[in-house]
Design a binder for this molecule. Structure first.
Ligand code: SF4
Length: 302
């Protein structure tokens, strides 16, 4: 039962963090940004689906398209959805500026403002936007959370417990997307026979999907179950059958190891964890199953 839609409002970002799943950066293609009309369509579909409680705006950096985000939040709230935002807090440059942004969000009564604030996002050791956002958010009564992930050298440490399929709010980074290329070196390697299940996303009964402006509906970032500009989102979710999906079915049967075996993808023993192997094998599989492994931004094929 899907209860959360995570809208990747844009692939553009002020930063290009090493751990980013979606290869966001200031150079990202601007075509990967939702228009207001597309967001209206998503919210209409969310009403039809019936089980959606939360709509999250994230990216990329959603504050880069602030007026569009605000109008879409207004529409989502009008339709009684809970609304959350995930931001890197680049706009928290002074108390005055934070008050300016938070005033709108307070008026709209948003339900969660999550600020990424960790070693991956900071440009210097005093760069902690979440402190100012939390302080002023508290005064105004806006629920502000800080998202803080572990340094790669900390891997593998005891991870914090995040239920399968839930958003990552802290603990260890997952080695997928840009992290597979930038952070996997010099980390301990696991024997691939142990990479035989997907431990992090709920692929059978997902509680959330990510949506992007190209229309792709992601069950895990970069694994698509349909395109909502070709078929209504409500139909895509209703007709999702994990055991018939060419990428999800092998993952369910035996994780990334089974995915590699099914499609006879050769690989070297070089994986830090399951997502690292899954992402690497999927990248090699893109030419066989392009319709399920999109868009280019998720795979650094731009
Ligand atoms: S193993 Fe693959 S499908 Fe599962 S969470 Fe990791 S990247 Fe996603």
């Amino acid at each position: 039962m899907i209860s959360q839609l995570h809208i990747l409002l844009t692939y553009s970002c002020t930063k290009a963090c090493n751990h980013c799943f979606v290869y966001s950066s200031p150079e990202a293609d601007s075509k990967g940004t939702f228009s207001l009309q597309q967001l209206d369509e998503v919210i209409e579909q969310a009403k039809i689906i019936g089980s959606i409680e939360w709509i999250y705006f994230e990216g990329g950096e959603p504050f880069l398209f602030y007026p569009i985000m605000i109008d879409a939040i207004r529409l989502a709230k009008k339709n009684r959805f809970k609304v959350g935002i995930v931001t890197n807090g680049y706009w928290a440059t002074s108390e005055e500026n934070v008050r300016y942004f938070l005033k709108d969000l307070n008026d709209l009564e948003i339900d969660d403002l999550s600020v990424s604030d960790d070693c991956f996002h900071m440009t210097n050791e005093n760069d902690h936007p979440s402190i100012l956002v939390e302080k002023i958010g508290k005064e105004l009564g806006i629920p502000v959370n800080t998202l803080s992930l572990n340094k790669p050298d900390d891997i593998p440490v005891e991870d914090i417990e995040i239920k399968k399929g839930e958003p990552i709010i802290g603990g260890n980074i997952r080695i997928r997307g840009r992290a597979a290329e930038t952070l996997s070196h010099n980390l301990p390697i696991k024997d691939s026979i142990f990479l035989n299940s997907c431990g992090h996303e709920e692929l059978i009964n997902p509680m959330r999907v990510h949506l992007d402006a190209y229309g792709y509906v992601h069950i895990c970032q970069g694994i698509n179950i349909g395109n909502m500009w070709e078929k209504p989102l409500s139909n895509i979710l209703k007709n999702y059958n994990p055991v018939d999906h060419p990428i999800v079915a092998p993952l369910l049967k035996g994780g990334p190891l089974e995915l590699a075996k099914t499609y006879q993808i050769p690989y070297k023993e070089q994986f830090v964890e399951t997502c690292h192997m899954c992402y690497t094998i999927r990248k090699d599989l893109r030419s066989y199953h392009p319709e399920y492994l999109q868009p280019n931004q998720m795979y650094n094929d731009q």
